[in-house]
Design a protein around this ligand. Structure first.
Ligand SMILES: [Zn+2]
Length: 143
């Protein structure tokens, strides 16, 4: 089995992770600032290796809604998002992960809906320092 990068991070103590890798760590989920050009794009994934929504435990499934709600509130407060997008494909990395993405009021028409992926596919991602700064802001506003 090839090494899972999300599991590798999950295996480290939270205190050993840089801010961008620990926006929020709950009982079952970890939230990180994604390597994206769009400030506030987060990845939400279980703290154990799971490849399908069908394989979540009752506890993981029950906590997921609360994490997505809280993350959206943090996006509204930290980056001024109007609302959020939530997507789940888990193609590049098989470990189940959700993109929790700020939907800004001024999002260009050619980036709306699934086309928002262009921020990752076409643009230069934010640097680690900027992702750390945004992660700390999101963390401080997490309800
Ligand atoms: Zn994994």
């Amino acid at each position: 089995m090839t090494e899972c990068t999300l599991c590798a991070g999950n295996a480290r103590p939270e205190s050993a992770l840089p801010p961008r890798e620990r926006v929020r760590v709950t009982e079952h989920w970890r939230v990180i600032a994604h390597r994206s050009a769009l400030p506030g794009w987060m990845l939400v994934f279980p703290r154990r290796h799971v490849e399908s929504l069908a394989d979540l435990t009752e506890g993981e499934a029950a906590e997921l809604g609360a994490v997505l709600r809280a993350g959206t509130r943090a996006l509204v407060d930290a980056v001024g998002a109007d609302r959020s997008y939530v997507m789940q494909f888990s193609e590049g990395i098989r470990h189940l992960h959700f993109s929790l993405v700020p939907r800004m009021a001024d999002l260009p028409a050619d980036r709306r809906g699934a086309k928002i992926g262009a921020y990752n596919a076409q643009d230069t991602p934010l640097g680690e320092e900027e992702r750390d700064r945004i992660a700390l802001s999101l963390r401080s506003r997490w309800p």
